[in-house]
Ligand binder design. Structure first.
Ligand SMILES: *Cc1c(COP(=O)(O)O)cnc(C)c1O
Length: 421
């Protein structure tokens, strides 16, 4: 590190301590990575992937073998009956929207059991204000069960709500998103699913799986979830997919989503892959490894900033269920310093200086660091910090641990400089 970058002696000593502390955690991450990589490889072999799978189609895209095979491969990897993976999903929010509109009908009730959903879903639900075309606009009722005092799902309250409201869809958000609550492990999700069934409900259990793919050996669809969705510019795109999303789960439900994705009666049969199949295959093939690298970056940042005396969540040794790391820097000048430092260590746009801005939807200014090959990609090293209580930065990604460590050290150096240390 010192051969290439100007890292102070003080920080270099903290880095060494942090690296020592991460050793055993990295071993655990690597064993999960290996398991998931082999699972992916076996599925590629089972489906006899060959160069013809990468051939582009145009127009309607009928009979796109590469596209259809990848759907099957993804379903197998996720232990699901069926899946659709498409570059034509514009974002994670779009993918989740297609899934929700696919399975909900006017008059249905949706119950979110993990508190307030991710910001961009609020407009989709139309639960705070009238939004044209939202689920509320189509007559879908929404309610939520708040998280317990410890930030974990409140199982007794969930059981109560299920019995009282008899929802058609129960919604779980796995990742912490940009809050300080813990992300949900596969075991936690299994407990929620069991609670729903024990309450006598046969509601569709849907999981927002963003940031969670390949973090553990299993996925939500293997422990009771009926449907899940995620974004390809996060974990499952492996840093290679240029855009897109996936939906996986029960066959009848994936079919409903496919009808909503294109047209009822047409569904998954259309949709030209244009030439993106190869990137989607390579992305999935690399995804377990890349997710492991991002996890190592998160664990390292957690260890380094602990050594620097800051609060972090999760702590270095805590079990993880997503790739997000929150660091409590306590002051807005440190948040700005962190993001500027991280940006200066990015492979793309390192020469740019991020500034706080009035981001739509936020009452306070937000600063972001992102120097990625894919715009907005958050499987690449990136950070966001709203300049408000609790003055935390949320960091995620890193295509490889070595360069992520360099970026994190540059962020740390700027934070130390803030305090003239
Ligand atoms: C990223 C994310 C989404 C989708 O966000 P997009 O920016 O639309 O891709 C939804 N839920 C969670 C928890 C997320 O992390």
């Amino acid at each position: 590190m010192l051969d290439f970058f100007n890292i102070s002696e003080r920080l270099s000593a903290l880095d060494e301590k942090a690296i020592l502390k991460t050793k055993s955690v990295f071993e655990k991450i690597e064993s999960i990575t290996e398991y998931n990589q082999l699972k992916v490889l076996r599925s590629f072999i089972n489906h006899r992937v060959s160069e013809s799978n990468f051939a582009p189609t145009t127009g309607y895209g009928y009979g796109d073998k590469g596209r259809d095979d990848l759907d099957e491969i993804l379903a197998e990897i996720f232990g699901a009956e069926d899946a659709i993976i498409r570059h034509t999903f514009a974002s994670g929010t779009h993918t989740l929207t297609v899934a929700l509109f696919g399975i909900l009908r006017p008059g249905d009730k949706m119950l979110c059991v993990t508190g307030r959903p991710y910001d961009t879903l609020i407009g989709v639900l139309g639960c705070d204000e009238k939004v044209d075309g939202s689920l509320a606009d189509f007559g879908v009722e929404y309610s939520e069960v708040a998280l317990g005092a410890n930030g974990m799902p409140d199982l007794p309250a969930i059981s109560e709500a299920i019995k009282n409201e008899k929802p058609q869809v129960v919604y779980i958000q796995r990742s912490r998103g940009y809050s300080l609550r813990p992300s949900l492990s596969i075991a936690d999700i299994e407990k929620i699913c069991k609670t729903v069934r024990d309450a006598g409900s046969n509601a569709i259990i849907m999981v927002d799986n963003c940031y969670g793919e390949f973090v553990e050996k299993q996925e939500p669809t293997e422990v009771g979830a009926d449907l899940m969705a995620g974004s390809l510019i996060k974990n499952p795109g492996g840093g290679i997919a240029p855009c897109g999303g996936y939906i996986a789960g029960r066959k009848d439900l994936v079919e409903k989503c496919a009808f909503r994705m294109t047209a009822p009666g047409v569904g998954r049969e259309v949709g030209a892959s244009l030439g993106h199949n190869r990137e989607l295959y390579m992305g999935i093939f690399n995804a377990p490894h890349i997710t492991g690298e991002a996890l190592k970056a998160a664990v390292y940042a957690s260890a380094l900033f602990t050594e620097m005396g800051f609060g972090v969540t999760p702590t270095p040794n805590q079990a993880r269920a997503d790739i997000i790391q929150a660091i409590l820097l306590e002051r807005s000048d440190r948040l700005i310093a962190f993001c500027k430092g991280l940006q200066s260590g990015a492979p793309v746009d390192s020469h740019l200086t991020p500034e706080p801005w009035d981001m739509p939807g936020y009452d306070d200014q937000v600063i972001m660091a992102a120097g990625a090959f894919t715009l907005g990609s958050s499987i690449e090293l990136s950070a966001d910090a709203p300049l408000r209580e609790p003055f935390a930065v949320w960091m995620q990604g890193g295509l490889n641990f070595h360069t992520a460590r360099a970026g994190i050290l540059m962020a740390a150096e700027q934070v130390l400089k803030c305090d003239n240390l």
